[in-house]
Design a protein around this ligand. Structure first.
Ligand SMILES: NC(=O)c1ccc[n+]([C@@H]2O[C@H](COP(=O)([O-])OP(=O)(O)OC[C@H]3O[C@@H](n4cnc5c(N)ncnc54)[C@H](O)[C@@H]3O)[C@@H](O)[C@H]2O)c1
Length: 330
């Protein structure tokens, strides 16, 4: 039996990039899919039915079943319509993947209110918009799998304050949903994806590659560690019954590997037996804690695995390898 046989999935932003690869993987694993995509420009402008239609044709070509939804995740009513469409067309909804996204990059001191609102509306409010009706249904059904795409940018990309905040909000909303829905057999996990899509082509350094080679970085990515389709196997696994024990987690999909990301943990504490004064705290901080303050949240996120030595890894015997952080190598 296929991994997702009999399951019904909704993928927002399924018409392009990482979402497209996820739709095809879910369908190849046997799921029937509602492909939501507005066909928006990178900044969220305009609509275009063509990307979702192309993905629908690709699903059909591999013998799968899917339908298109052209609504906007930024609209509460449209998102309700996506859940209704899944239930009306396929009789249910088991899997929600939120991959829709837009960019409006600007430094915090230059950002307009409209740039802020647009990005937060699609990424963070968009997740709420689909989860509100989807979780109500999954709670009754007592089964569900939710996978939300956030980003390593959540940990502090200086040029993306709106996007970083929305993506960090997605992590918080996913943790909350995981805790609320665990007793209903519903899991909620986050993937921080990477993949050279048009989002990456929009970065200033990508133009230099285009000018040098005549091709955008996304056109070089197929089959390489930068291929956006490398994210999909992780999402399909998390969408399956075999991932029942994985809930409230964050994974970084990077190259041909998947990193399980640690949760924020307590690091050091100063404690008095009476309330502190600011001066006393400043003195104690300088004396005891200052040396233990870590560097600022790291960008680019997750690339530290590149510097591991071959001897740090354990060969798993099937051409793959495994590494875990231990007290020894912390
Ligand atoms: N590409 C990366 O390296 C990367 C890194 C970190 C996070 N991400 C995240 O992964 C997701 C997919 O990114 P991508 O690189 O494939 O981008 P993409 O631009 O190729 O695809 C995003 C899709 O979302 C759709 N969309 C935009 N607004 C919508 C709306 N309101 N309603 C429905 N659909 C809408 C677009 O039409 C587009 O097809 C996004 O959430 C993005 O933030 C990507």
């Amino acid at each position: 039996m296929k991994l997702l046989e009999g399951k019904v999935a909704l993928v927002t932003g399924g018409g392009r990039g990482i979402g497209r690869g996820i739709v095809l993987s879910l369908a190849a694993c046997g799921a029937r899919v509602v492909i939501n995509d507005l066909g928006a420009g990178l900044g969220g402008e305009g609509t275009d039915a063509a990307p979702a239609e192309e993905v629908l044709a690709a699903v059909k070509a591999l013998g799968g079943e899917a339908v298109i939804n052209g609504g906007s995740v930024a609209s509460y009513a449209d998102a309700q319509g996506m859940i209704d469409q899944a239930r009306d067309t396929f009789g249910g909804l088991d899997i929600v993947v939120h991959a829709a996204g837009v960019l409006r990059d600007r430094m915090i001191f230059n950002m307009t209110e409209e740039e802020w609102d647009t990005v937060v509306a699609v990424h963070l409010k968009g997740l709420f918009n689909v989860l509100r009706p989807a979780t109500a249904w999954m709670r009754q059904q007592k089964y569900g799998r939710i996978i939300s795409l956030a980003s390593g940018s959540a940990y502090g990309d200086a040029g993306q304050p709106n996007y970083a905040a929305a993506k960090a909000g997605i992590i918080g909303l996913s943790y909350s949903t995981a805790n609320a829905m665990a007793k209903y057999n519903v899991t909620s996990n986050v993937v921080l994806p990477t993949g050279t899509t048009r989002m990456i082509d929009s970065k200033p350094e990508s133009r230099a590659i285009f000018e040098e080679t005549g091709k955008w970085p996304s056109e070089h990515a197929k089959g390489t560690p930068k291929d956006p389709d490398n994210v999909a196997p992780l999402v399909s696994f998390l969408a399956s019954e075999r991932a029942a024990a994985v809930n409230g987690q964050v994974f970084h999909s990077y190259g041909f590997g998947y990193t399980l990301v640690d949760q924020p943990r307590t690091l050091a504490r100063l404690e008095g037996n009476t309330p502190w004064t600011p001066d006393a705290l400043a003195d104690a901080f300088e004396r005891h804690m200052a040396a233990d303050v870590p560097p600022r949240a790291a960008m680019p996120f997750g690339r530290d695995v590149d510097s591991l030595a071959d001897s740090d890894w354990t060969e798993t015997g099937d051409g793959k390898r495994y590494w875990i952080k231990t007290e020894k190598n912390r």
